[in-house]
Design a protein around this ligand. Structure first.
Ligand code: NAD
Length: 335
């Protein structure tokens, strides 16, 4: 399946096809210098596969993990491209999860004011979420995604067979972003995930439905001025848990917990049932309310000490409510 994304500033295709990594040359223009950005956790077979389709290709491998999304790697990668005489006509491929997708996108967006960027996501989170929408970023000064750009890829190729090598905890954590989108937009997707007997059998359908939801949102609001806020459902509290636990839980695990605070009792029962099926959230992954005022104050979404919070009272719909930080803390205290 091909999903076409069209916003005021960009248009690109997302190809969802099992084994598409075996014939990337049918979709990407590789008759130029290519740099593949990947990390040391991405299985070598995927890298070799893409490499073998290129004429002049360099592989740049960073350490796996969020810590690699930093300025140092950004600068080193740019220097590497300069030393190897990359030009405006050349291209960068990110092959891996959201970390190499975000870093690679940012490098591609700034090298010579922008070169072709192809995203080949290989984690579920990156396939359903971070590869669409054009956000690129690195972390700085202890803050996540503080420096970045909106720079859409020229093409995204999604090969769900790569998920077979992903560990189950990462897989389920990525699934949370699809669960999130189902809660705010689609009972059908919620039921699909809930009734799935074998996730791998249904994964392409889950990926497609999730992307179609995110497509609707980003096409309406490319730069997160208003409507795109809905994608932050569960994330405000999720980020606090993530940060307070010093990242010992995965992003999706924290978002799973975060969503449970902002749903009606009826939705909560259904949501907990669904999460339970995928061992989510981990038992000890809880929110402690100590000192959360400062966390909320420094949230990128907070303005004038108030924040838009997404609520789901009925699966497939949502409300955005503006709350002051004090109101939100009081709300959480009685939850
Ligand atoms: N740009 C956006 O819109 C957006 C949206 C959501 C999240 N993000 C970002 O995405 C990042 C998280 O992405 P992630 O969850 O993919 O994490 P990740 O990129 O760190 O990948 C997780 C782990 O999986 C390994 N891996 C990747 N593919 C594999 C495969 N097929 N088989 C086995 N192992 C594999 C990686 O080596 C890594 O260790 C965060 O930095 C987050 O800020 C960006």
């Amino acid at each position: 399946m091909i999903i076409k994304i069209k916003t005021t500033n960009s248009s690109y295709d997302i190809v969802i096809e099992k084994n598409v990594l075996n014939h990337v040359e049918d979709y990407l223009n590789l008759k130029r210098k290519v740099i593949i950005l990947t990390d040391d956790g991405v299985p070598k077979e995927y890298i070799d596969n893409v490499f073998s389709k290129c004429e002049t290709c360099f592989i740049y491998t960073i350490k796996q993990g969020e810590n690699s999304k930093n300025f140092d790697n950004y600068e080193k990668l740019l220097k590497f491209m300069i030393e190897n005489n990359f030009t405006r006509k050349d291209c960068l491929i990110s092959l891996g999860g959201g970390v190499v997708g975000d870093l690679g996108g940012f490098v591609a967006s700034t090298f010579m004011r922008g070169i072709t960027f192809y995203n080949l996501p290989t984690t579920l989170l990156s396939q359903v979420d971070s590869s669409i929408g054009g956000k690129t970023a690195i972390d700085m000064g202890g803050y996540k995604n503080l420096v970045g750009s909106f720079y859409p890829p020229s093409k995204v190729l999604i090969d769900s067979t790569t998920l077979k090598t992903l560990d189950q905890r990462q897989l389920y954590s990525g699934l949370v972003e699809s669960i999130k989108m189902s809660l705010t937009h689609s009972q059908k997707l919620f039921d699909l995930i809930f009734n799935s007997k074998n996730l791998y059998d249904d994964i392409d359908e889950i990926i497609c439905q999730s992307l179609l939801i995110k497509k609707q949102v980003v096409e309406k609001d490319e730069k997160e001025l208003e409507f795109r806020k809905v994608l932050n459902f569960g994330h405000t509290i999720g980020h606090i848990i993530e940060s307070k636990s010093k990242y010992s839980y995965l992003h999706g695990e924290c978002v799973a917990k975060g969503m449970t605070y902002f749903v009606s009792e009826e939705v909560k029962t259904k949501l907990l049932n669904l999460l339970n099926k995928y061992n989510l959230p981990p038992k000890e992954c809880n929110l402690s309310l100590d000192n959360i005022y400062d966390y909320l104050l420094h949230d990128k979404k907070t303005h004038n000490k108030s924040i838009d919070v997404i609520f789901v009272n009925k699966i497939g719909s949502f409300q955005i409510k503006n709350m002051t930080i004090d109101e939100l803390i009081k709300y959480l205290e009685v939850k």
